[in-house]
Design a protein around this ligand. Structure first.
Ligand SMILES: [Zn+2]
Length: 241
């Protein structure tokens, strides 16, 4: 669904992508994108747009739409008046394209534009004021893109910290205390995954970089917590387990 909605936005986008710099239009696209990401990752509803993009592992729609629109204009020999986050390219009949005054190739342009899109996404993520735990796990976009497994209900809770954690449930008035069963005063995701003695089994020792092994451990622990929180819950194993 995520890519279907993106394709819909991209349809004819070269006619309107310049307007993505207007806050009101950008907000309305981000609102739809956030919903798509939440549905795709099966995450809790109250994550912000930036966190939802990290969860989905996909650059924000506005960057992808801008990239695609400029590409379409160039392919169809239309002038480009707005380059957004991409470095401009100049075309002159009979000559190689030039970027920043130097000759270049189509393959090089593609590579630089993709790099730029990731850099701008990274900057947006660095400036995202929400998702402290997610920032801790994935300080950069590159660290997030190392994880290739798609998120599900359990990994989404683990990565966002919005889910079956005492501190979160307490903040949503769904638990009267945020104390962990081990006695620690706050059952935060960081406590559960990096400190709690009750979940030390299978815990990776080094948390400098979040790997597939960490995500697997966090996923299994979120499921375990869920079963403690909901004693009547019966878990059906997914093909990935
Ligand atoms: Zn604990």
């Amino acid at each position: 669904m995520h890519s279907c909605i993106l394709q819909l936005f991209m349809y004819g986008s070269s006619a309107f992508y310049e307007k993505l710099t207007r806050k009101r239009i950008l907000n309305s696209i981000e609102k739809v994108e956030r919903r798509c990401n939440i549905i795709m990752a099966r995450s809790y509803q109250d994550i912000n747009h930036g966190v939802s993009c990290i969860l989905a592992g996909s650059p924000p729609f506005h960057l992808q739409i801008t990239h695609r629109s400029i590409q379409w204009l160039l392919t169809n020999n239309y002038p480009v008046s707005h380059w957004g986050h991409l470095p401009p390219v100049e075309y002159e009949t009979g000559h190689s394209p030039t970027m920043n005054g130097s000759p270049t190739t189509e393959a090089e342009i593609k590579k630089i534009w993709q790099k730029n899109t990731l850099e701008v996404w990274n900057k947006e993520w660095e400036n995202n004021p929400k998702g402290m735990w997610t920032h801790q796990l994935f300080p950069t976009i590159q660290t997030r893109l190392q994880i290739t497994d798609p998120p599900d209900f359990w990994t989404s809770q683990a990565i966002t910290g919005h889910g079956v954690f005492g501190a979160y449930l307490h903040s949503r008035k769904r638990r009267c205390t945020q104390i962990c069963n081990c006695g620690a005063p706050e059952e935060t995701p960081q406590h559960i995954y990096q400190e709690c003695i009750l979940f030390s089994h299978k815990r990776p020792s080094n948390w400098e970089q979040t790997t597939t092994e960490h995500v697997k451990y966090m996923r299994e622990t979120a499921l375990e917590l869920w079963m403690i929180e909901n004693p009547n819950f019966r878990h059906r194993k997914s093909p990935r387990e």
